[in-house]
Design a protein around this ligand. Structure first.
Ligand code: ADP
Ligand code: MG
Length: 689
């Protein structure tokens, strides 16, 4: 097989020297094998040429136009600029080329081309800078085909990557098929080499989909096999920290101003049963935003503490960790929870404070440690860590979870996640964990009222916000950027805050929050907001995960069109957390019909499941990959929603394979065994990390 060749360095390829080789190394491509696995980020479609009146801003369009008037050439400093206009019966487009003086001679007024490039609008005009020009007969055979778009680095062009990949395939000639034939046939999957080739160079959308499915299946099968083998090893880990139910939790549940929902109660029973059982807990709590997961963490931490152990809660952001810390402190005071001694450990602490907290942890002076990934640094030594909880698990890489658990011996693990995955899939994909699903929102909540509107609606929105503030509620406004000048036409927190201060009545207290602020400053702002000292908080997405201020009833999101639907759902989840009616205003700043259509689902549903599914269906071939690349369950090409059938099949196939060959020792399972034993980012391994 071509395995040895695939280990060869990319500079072995003709046309790639040391310099280009270094650029490839920079993007993580060292060998020919790496190159074959350097998948496109998306594809550009060679579309049917449009009419000028159908052009759309900011996307790549192809348009059949005839050059009109004269071709001009001028110089601005060192730059030579060639410009002309081209038109059809529906409109005109300005074309500009930089440093291409030769064009003046080759381009003739009256000739017709297909121009393909990014469309911009300058005033009343559409324009294209440096469009590719095709003769009409040259473009015709390309229509419908896809061109790969690779993630690049400065100095490395898409074309260079394309050529290199193409050449690498020559060495891959003998790449071996390793998937059992029976599986390929049953699922109509194409061959391995063919799939690799077509993921780079699909002739059309169908070919791309076939390639993607085959490679997705590889990922799922290997993933599930890993889980199965892992589970065999870890199922029998003894409970080193057995616990009993304690009076403090029962008392807290009686005193809280609300009763747990049925779903919360079931999850709490699951947790208690685990902690008392003979085996260590490995549990995932899955529940949509606002379903009330935090109280389950609190109850578990109290149980650990009252049993004489330490417990830790890790959050993905400092802002959220600090909030948990503050809210736990106030609950401890309010309900007199004497057994719980909390500490906060984040990167934001001064070196001195950090040392002090670390001392308290190692000497066992504190037993409930809340923090960010600062909790898992080597320097932190726990006295008797029995329970680790990760909040917003979907925001962490899996490795982090593993390392965290590795801080203690046979530590109980509770992961809390808001990823909306159907139960049947969750059981497969979190095969190593037991799962509790919190599928009920606390009663008495009024569904959030939504509206998706254009920028013209802002004055009405501001008036509404002022009224809500006057009635005692609080408001979030989200802008994508921090400061001015980052991107045209995109709102930023700093300017927006100033503008709002000038627009809203003086009595409204408006503050801002963003990632460039000092941690102490961020904490101060969040605390002030929680205390109601701030009425309107203008923020970036730093508040996206976990933040809980039930008195906030309005969420206004500027440039909604720039966010993913699932992200919008998380942001919206910051309101609707109390009994008051809440509202979410999505401002759509683009005049693109597709954006409007996409956002409309936010109007129609408050359900994370529904939104995740629609999110997926609305994606085009241009953005197949990379949408869900953060957090865990990030497969390179597989998408657990879109390919849910394959996920299910892979689970059954994994069981079939392991039932005949439990340790993958048969020769036909050689490659599978190799794949299963390589560590990959989406591998959950509590036992060895
Ligand atoms: P999430 O699941 O998104 O982490 P939280 O745990 O932050 O949700 O809970 C959201 C809000 O709901 C909090 O203000 C919390 O106090 C409240 N809450 C939790 N459980 C209940 C319940 N059973 N009834 C009423 N309110 C609840
Ligand atoms: Mg939460």
């Amino acid at each position: 097989m071509g395995k040895r060749e695939l280990q060869e360095s990319v500079i072995e390829l003709k046309g790639i020297g040391e310099k280009t080789g270094k650029l490839f190394n920079k993007i993580g491509v060292n060998t020919l094998g790496d190159l074959l696995y350097y998948f496109p980020r998306g594809y550009d479609l060679f579309e049917e040429p449009r009419r000028a009146c159908d052009l759309k801003e900011n996307i790549i369009c192809a348009c059949k136009l005839t050059i009109i008037g004269s071709v001009t050439r001028r110089h601005v400093r060192n730059l030579s600029i060639v410009a002309f206009e081209a038109a059809d019966e529906t409109g005109r487009v300005k074309m500009t080329f930089f440093n291409a003086p030769y064009l003046v001679n080759s381009i003739k007024s009256g000739s017709t081309y297909i121009f393909r490039g990014v469309v911009r609008r300058k005033g009343n005009f559409f324009s294209m800078d440096h469009p590719k020009m095709y003769k009409v007969e040259e473009y015709a055979p390309l229509i419908g085909s896809l061109q790969p778009r690779y993630p690049l680095t400065k100095g490395l062009s898409n074309n260079t990557v394309m050529k290199a990949v193409d050449k690498a395939f020559i060495s891959a000639g003998g790449l071996e098929e390793f998937m059992p034939y029976e599986i390929l046939e049953r699922l109509h999957l194409i061959g391995y080499l063919e799939a690799l080739r077509k993921i780079h160079f699909p002739k059309n959308a169908d070919e791309l989909e076939n390639a993607r499915r085959r490679l997705a299946y590889n990922e799922f099968l290997v993933f599930v096999l890993k889980l199965r083998l892992l589970k065999q090893n870890s199922e029998e880990i003894k409970n080193n920290y057995p616990m009993i139910e304690v009076a403090d939790t029962t008392r807290l549940l009686e005193q809280l101003p609300y009763r747990l929902t049925g779903a919360q109660l079931r999850a709490w029973e699951d947790i208690k049963r685990d902690l008392e059982s003979d085996h260590v807990m490995n549990r995932l709590i899955q529940g949509d935003v606002g379903s009330g997961k935090t109280v389950l963490a609190l109850l578990s931490l109290i149980t650990a503490a009252a049993n004489g152990y330490q417990g830790a809660l890790m959050a993905p952001t400092e802002v959220l960790a600090a909030q948990h810390f503050e809210s736990f402190k106030s609950l401890i005071k309010k309900y007199d929870i004497k057994c719980l001694k909390v500490a906060l450990l984040t990167g934001a602490l001064s070196a001195k404070d950090k040392k002090e907290v670390q001392r308290q942890i190692s000497e066992g002076e504190v037993n409930c440690i809340i923090g960010t990934n600062a909790l898992i640094q080597d320097k932190v030594i726990y006295k008797n860590l029995a329970l680790v909880i990760t909040d917003e698990q979907h925001r962490f890489g899996v490795r982090q979870r593993g390392t965290f658990a590795g801080k203690g011996e046979g530590t109980h693990v509770l992961a809390m996640s808001a990823t909306p995955i159907p139960r049947t899939l969750a059981i497969i994909l979190y095969g190593d964990l037991s799962i509790s699903i919190v599928d009920e929102l606390p009663g008495g909540r009024k569904p959030i009222k939504n509206c998706v509107v254009g920028t013209g609606y802002r004055p009405t929105a501001y008036k509404f916000i002022a009224d809500q503030v006057a009635s005692g509620s609080q408001v979030y406004v989200i802008c994508p950027m921090i400061e001015e000048g980052e991107l045209d036409g995109v709102e930023n927190v700093v300017s927006y805050t100033q503008m709002l201060r000038a627009t809203l009545p003086e009595s409204v207290n408006i503050e801002m929050l963003h990632g460039k602020m000092k941690p102490a400053q961020k904490d101060a702002i969040m605390e002030a907001f929680a205390r109601k000292d701030i009425d309107v908080l203008v923020s970036t997405t730093v508040i996206e995960v976990g933040i809980n201020v039930p008195n906030a009833t309005v969420m206004m999101i500027e440039n909604s069109e720039r966010f993913g639907l699932s992200q919008l759902h998380q942001l919206r989840g910051r309101v609707g957390r109390g009994e008051k009616q809440s509202y979410c205003i999505f401002i759509n700043s683009s005049d693109d019909e597709d954006a409007a259509k996409r956002l409309d689902i936010m109007n129609r549903s408050n359900d994370g499941f529904v939104i995740a599914e629609v999110d997926l269906k609305q994606r085009g071939p241009g953005d197949l990959f990379g949408v869900r690349q953060s957090g865990e369950l990030c497969f390179k090409v597989g998408d657990i929603y879109h390919d849910s059938d394959l996920v299910r099949e892979s689970a059954m196939d994994a069981d079939r394979i392991l039932s005949t060959d439990p340790d993958l020792l048969l020769p036909q399972h050689n490659v599978l065994k190799e794949l299963v034993s390589t560590k990959s980012a989406n591998f959950v391994d509590f036992t060895t990390l």
